[in-house]
Design a protein around this ligand. Structure first.
Ligand code: HEC
Length: 200
């Protein structure tokens, strides 16, 4: 069973809605202390510290993490989110937010990558997005009205690649401090030269 399916299994019905409420609460309260209590019973963490390595119950398959890293590279996410996914865009590209600071659950990360954000420049990477089966927020290209569909991503991801990139983000990105380390750089590039240049 994939990790994603496992996450699905531990999220109670209504879990995502509760997470959204918890995120809202975090925004309202603005202080981590109280917000953690609000979000406490949502397993994949909304606003809790370091879900990536702070949750001892979750282990990641290294081969899948590496596969997800390749998907991150193929998708061109770096352009807007940065190699470290900390919201430092690369080159003349639109600015994407830090994914390290994201409060989204694995399910919502996957949905956002598959479908993009209507009305925003976050692209969609699922070829079947908005294609008549309601998988993207219940919106289809023929009932979209005036809403602007997000642009197509640089490539299309398979369902497996979507699973892989979410595992990558959960294992190596979400919950980390915004400032990347040299070791994280080595893990990303697999080579010292670019990291020596970046951390010079
Ligand atoms: C053209 C620039 C661009 C590219 C390329 C891009 N993104 Fe985004 N992304 C954005 C922007 C802008 C937003 C914020 C959208 C909004 O306004 O809600 C965003 C939002 C997101 C979010 C939601 C974060 C949150 O906490 O709400 C996720 C997850 C995400 N992007 C992942 C990815 C991944 C993974 C890739 C590569 C497969 C990618 N993005 C490629 C621009 C981009």
């Amino acid at each position: 069973m994939s990790l994603l399916a496992r996450w699905g299994a531990v999220i109670p019905a209504g879990g995502i809605r509760r997470t959204v409420l918890a995120v809202f609460a975090v925004a309202l309260i603005g202080g981590a202390g109280t917000a953690i209590a609000v979000a406490e019973d949502d397993p994949p963490a909304a606003g809790e510290e370091a879900p990536a390595d702070g949750d001892a119950a979750v282990t990641y398959d290294e081969a899948q993490v590496e596969a997800g890293l390749q998907v991150y590279k193929e998708g061109g996410c770096r352009a807007c989110h940065g190699w470290a996914a900390n919201g430092v865009r690369e080159g003349e590209n639109p600015q994407g937010p830090s994914l390290r600071a994201s409060l989204l659950t694995p399910e919502l990360l996957r949905l956002t990558i598959a479908c993009g954000r209507p009305g925003a420049i976050m692209p969609r990477y699922d070829q079947q997005a908005y294609n008549m089966d309601g998988r993207c927020y219940g919106i289809d290209r023929f009932n979209v009205g005036d809403m602007q569909l997000p642009p197509r991503g640089r490539t299309n991801f398979s369902q497996q690649q979507l699973d892989d990139i979410v595992v990558y983000l959960m294992a190596r990105v979400v919950g980390l401090p915004n400032q990347p380390t040299y070791d994280e750089c080595l893990l990303f590039f697999g080579d010292e030269a670019p990291c020596d240049a970046i951390f010079r």
